[in-house]
Design a binder for this molecule. Structure first.
Ligand code: ATP
Length: 258
């Protein structure tokens, strides 16, 4: 289990939450250190998205405490420091902005909108678009794109911003192996070159299995928190047999958890 981290970018302590009488999170604790690459996994309905909504300050926990960069998410820190890519983005269909403009807006949020776009900014925007294979759609309006493409635009925007903590909710569901490799490379670049922390919520960890520092398994409670190697010792491999993790998560939900 994870020991306490001195200056976590994210700290969740004793968090419980229920929708009406339906308890979804029960005494959940989790910390993420600067520069740490963590995966949050759990079966469908385990409470992952609810936990993310609490971390983002969109829901208040009924018990417990959450801090992002040492302050409550309700007292929003500098926006660019926390990047978030939702599972099902809903960008307004009549939004006039192009893919390029949305990604550039992420970069400007960090640099200050009054500054001119410099070569380094253009490079970051170009690399971000490349890593989600969207260069060919640069000039398209985001409102015209599919849900999956819109999610990739938001991933590119978050990558170009180089946030201190990037949270992604199911970003690689349904993308092909080559796109997964590109995406993996860009996350690893963000962690290693910019020292960003990444919290990745996903059912499919094969593409990043070698790169993760930690895996947290949630099913209403935290059932496991440790290194991928420790999870492998418990008989669940993330990379070698791609089906192991999804199968184990399914068993967890069938058996009602540990
Ligand atoms: P998935 O992997 O399927 O996205 P999840 O782990 O993200 O699942 P949540 O979306 O947090 O899980 O949902 C946890 C439980 O809370 C589920 O049983 C879900 O039906 C329920 N739930 C989620 N949102 C609401 C809501 N707004 N009102 C009532 N119940 C909700």
């Amino acid at each position: 289990m994870q020991t306490s981290i001195a200056h976590p970018v994210l700290s969740v302590e004793g968090v419980s939450f229920a929708y009406g009488a339906h308890r979804v999170l029960d005494d959940v604790g989790l910390q993420v250190a600067p520069g740490e690459f963590t995966a949050l996994v759990g079966p469908n309905g385990a409470g992952k998205s609810t936990l993310l909504r609490i971390v983002l300050g969109l829901l208040a926990p009924q018990e417990g405490r959450v801090e992002v960069f040492g302050v409550s998410p309700l007292r929003r820190p500098d926006r660019w420091r926390l990047g978030y890519v939702p599972q099902r983005p809903r960008l307004a269909p009549d939004l006039p902005a192009t893919v390029d403009e949305v990604v550039a807006a992420g970069r400007l949020a960090k640099q200050g909108w009054w500054r001119r776009t410099r070569a380094v900014d253009r490079d970051a925007i170009g690399h971000a678009l490349e890593s989600v294979a969207l260069e060919s759609l640069r000039t398209h309006r985001v409102g015209e794109l599919s849900g999956g493409q819109q999610q990739r635009v938001l991933i590119a925007k978050a990558l170009a911003t180089e946030p201190e903590l990037l949270i992604l909710d199911e970003p690689i569901a349904g993308i092909d192996a080559q796109a997964q490799r590109l995406f993996r490379d860009s996350l690893v670049h963000l962690v290693r070159e910019h020292g960003s922390a990444v919290l990745l919520v996903s059912h499919e960890l094969g593409a990043v299995a070698e790169d993760l520092d930690r895996v947290v398994v949630l099913r209403r409670r935290v059932l496991f928190d440790g290194k991928p190697r420790e999870l492998a010792d418990a008989g669940v491999s993330l990379g070698v047999h791609a089906d192991d993790l999804p199968r184990w998560l399914e068993e967890l939900s069938e058996n009602g958890g540990a």
